[in-house]
Design a protein around this ligand. Structure first.
Ligand code: ATP
Length: 702
């Protein structure tokens, strides 16, 4: 323990510096606002060159001001004292004094790396590393690490009682917090991994994989803003619940330009939140579905016309079903996209009808071009053509799979009878599941886009090519934050793609992601032991490798569980060991002395027991409570708790619980979650490792 006076003196020293920094930030904010106003004044000149220059000038001023306005809690959070007497502070953004000397170094700058990397074994020139805790602009605590005691000058003081543990013990809120002040060495290495190629981060529950992925996105934006803000960073998570949970981390780091999506909302026009039962998801996610969909996308339209009859100059021209099918298959060879070769289909019709007209010696037959022109003008021919070869949307074709006879035909030789049975009743294109969205995206690629004049989307702020009139401060800040809004809905040229909970991305979903990351470098984070995938693991691996291509791989493993108390993680670990006894598991660093509670009650008492457990946890912990249920019980359990009405409470399925964290967890019917074989045990492992403080499991007795 540090004596109180020493601690107070050191706090006062740091407070002085922090005050100086905030005063300087206030000055800089004023300067940036002035620069923006000046930018507008220049615009009055009005020629093109002045507008371009003004635009760039104002944009940078606005971005700077946005950064300065952003969340300033703990703006300065660290200090390094180096050999030779030099020292500097580390913070959320770089701030220079009037003399251009750094008052704070941005945590992502190369100089700040030592703050996270230096250890007693390898001090990297650092004598003392100091973490500074604050509340608003007030310094509240200090935590020092003396890394090189022999080099420490006599007057150097070392204080503190465990900043990391203090930060881990804070109550969990609805959103994930950034960890910028306490990033650990192994995490920092993954965060600063090269911006090219594929960075793969693995590690058990609670090891900070998600935190690392998000801080890495912020790091990349800092290290090469042109490339990564220009091209864009896409962050993909498993569910909308999860995306909501992580949404505040990047803004808290002053970065708003990344695009966050769940797997069910990646494709424009869809926002799927429903999950399929594991075995159904395994079939829908399998690469074999690509062939199934390809066959469907080439099939005749259900209820489409089966014959074409036209009276032409008194002669009946007629094409029967076989002829029509032949024309369709000839115009649509394997690999062709149906919407893009409609013209070839219509040409096939013209050719066949022309041959008939010639064979039947239609009186006064004009040239072929005139014959085609005459047919194309006729309403009966046009409406036949529209019904026979309509422009198809992915959802139309996916709906065909709901017809058992069609499904059997498309699946012949690809899916087993059992698999076809599993898919019966599994397609509802009005309300698709998360797995369906990857199928819709595949169909979009298979069907192609009808030829259309490109839609010009002109921004309301555009005054000339490449020049935007950003007329108010609020609009400018928004534009500075969200370059993403200038991108088309189905943007596919991201400079970087981050995939979280990657162990659950199915082969078909990897194809969907791959289409959006062709030009990207990647960060892939996940834990194979937490996968709910019950399909072929080799196929999963292959499709992931294909999506990532030949880019260089950099792999990192995280080994410390920062989330769970040791008592809680022991229970989760015991579960996963039943199927993977030799799996290396992370070490949980925090103990609470509170063991998890395991209850088992008859089904009739389940509702009351869950309600009591929730009430008790709400009284015991300060932060959030998650009630985790088997997928098919979620509605029922939410009903039991409907009256609780506490905003700290969230009811989620065992699949939605992926990546989530709560201070207290009530896990309903764990036996039912486990019942799904190895994938069930893995899902239960996830559910058991969500709580930071308290875990209550309520099982059902036979
Ligand atoms: N260096 C750190 N300092 C403070 N908190 C940390 C640190 N690393 C991780 N945490 C906290 O630990 C918790 C778990 O982190 P995170 O959700 O990123 O883990 P994960 O590996 O993605 O977990 P899972 O695989 O179980 O979903 C979070 O609350 C995070 O803020």
């Amino acid at each position: 323990m540090t004596d109180v006076t020493t601690l107070q003196q050191e706090i006062a020293t740091e407070q002085k510096h922090v005050d100086r920094v905030y005063a300087r930030v206030a000055e800089l904010r004023q300067e940036a606002a002035r620069a923006e106003r000046e930018g507008y004044r220049q615009a009055a000149v009005g020629n093109f060159g002045a507008l371009v220059e003004r635009d760039a000038f104002v944009f940078h001023a606005a971005r700077r001001r946005y950064l300065l306005d952003a969340e300033h809690e703990g703006l300065v959070f660290g200090r390094l004292d180096l050999h030779g007497g030099a020292s500097f502070h580390v913070g959320r953004l770089g701030v220079r004094g009037e003399d251009a000397q750094p008052l704070v170094v941005d945590w992502r700058a190369p100089a700040a790396a030592a703050f996270y990397q230096a250890t007693a074994a390898e001090p990297q020139g650092v004598i003392r590393r100091r973490m500074i805790q604050s509340s608003g602009e007030r310094v509240t605590g200090i935590e020092d690490d003396l890394l090189d005691p022999e080099a420490a000058p006599e007057q150097m003081r070392v204080v503190g009682d465990g900043a990391l543990l203090a930060s881990l013990s804070k109550a969990t809120g609805h959103g994930m917090r950034d960890i910028v002040a306490t990033i650990q060495r192994e995490q920092d290495q993954a965060i600063r991994s090269p911006g090219s190629g594929v960075t793969i981060v693995s590690g058990g529950p609670g090891t900070g994989k998600t935190a690392v992925a998000l801080h890495r996105a912020a790091y990349l934006l800092y290290s090469d803003r042109n490339r990564f803000a220009g091209g864009g960073i896409l962050v993909v998570g498993p569910s909308t619940v999860f995306v909501d949970y992580i949404a505040s981390v990047l803004p808290s780091l002053g970065e708003e330009s990344a695009t966050l999506r769940s797997l069910g909302t990646l494709v424009p026009g869809w926002s799927a939140t429903r999950t399929d039962p594991g075995p159904v998801a395994a079939v829908k996610g399998s690469l074999r579905m690509r062939r199934v969909l390809e066959r469907a996308s080439h099939d005749a339209v259900p209820d489409g016309p089966t014959t074409l009859r036209l009276l032409y100059r008194g002669t009946l021209l007629q094409l029967d079903r076989n002829q029509l099918d032949r024309i369709r298959t000839r115009a649509l060879p394997r690999g062709a996209r149906r919407n893009e070769v409609r013209r070839a289909g219509f040409d096939g019709l013209f050719d066949a009808l022309w041959a008939q007209a010639q064979a039947q010696k239609v009186p006064g037959l004009p040239s072929k071009a005139e014959f085609e022109g005459a047919l194309a003008d006729r309403e009966d021919f046009r409406s036949f053509a529209k019904e026979w070869w309509p422009r198809l949307r992915p959802r139309h074709v996916l709906a065909w799979l709901a017809d058992p006879a069609r499904l059997r035909r498309y699946a012949a030789g690809l899916l087993s009878t059992d698999e076809v049975d599993l898919l019966k009743g599994a397609f509802d294109t009005e309300d698709p599941t998360i797995a369906d969205v990857a199928l819709l995206d595949e169909l979009d690629a298979l069907l192609g886009r009808p030829m259309q004049a490109a839609r010009q989307q002109r921004s309301q702020f555009q005054v000339a090519q490449g020049v935007y009139e950003l007329s108010t401060a609020a609009e400018r800040a928004r534009a500075a934050r969200a370059a993403a809004t200038a991108r088309p809905d189905d943007y596919r040229e991201y400079a970087h793609v981050v995939v979280d909970e990657a162990q659950d991305v199915s082969p078909m979903q990897w194809r969907m992601l791959g289409r959006r990351g062709r030009l990207a470098s990647w960060t892939i984070v996940g834990d194979p032991a937490q996968t709910a995938w019950s399909g072929d693991p080799a196929e999963l691996e292959r499709s992931r490798e294909r999506a990532l291509g030949s880019r260089a791989r950099n792999a990192y493993t995280l080994t410390t569980n920062y989330r769970n108390s040791a008592e809680i993680f022991e229970v989760a670990a015991a579960e996963i060991r039943t199927i993977a006894p030799d799996l290396p598991l992370p070490t949980a660093v925090r103990t609470t002395g509170v063991p998890p509670v395991a209850l088992a009650v008859p089904l009739a008492a389940l509702a009351a027991t869950v309600r009591d457990a929730v009430d008790e946890l709400l009284a015991q912990v300060e932060g959030t409570i998650g009630v985790i249920t088997p997928v098919d019980r979620v509605g029922e359990v939410a009903g039991w708790l409907g009256e609780v009405g506490d905003p700290r409470l969230q009811v989620v399925t065992s699949l939605q619980a992926k990546g989530m964290e709560y201070d207290g967890v009530v896990l309903v019917a764990p036996g039912e979650i486990r019942a799904g074989g190895a994938a069930g045990v893995r899902t239960l492992y996830v559910a058991l490792s969500r709580a930071t403080q308290r875990l209550v499991t309520v099982d059902v007795t036979a």
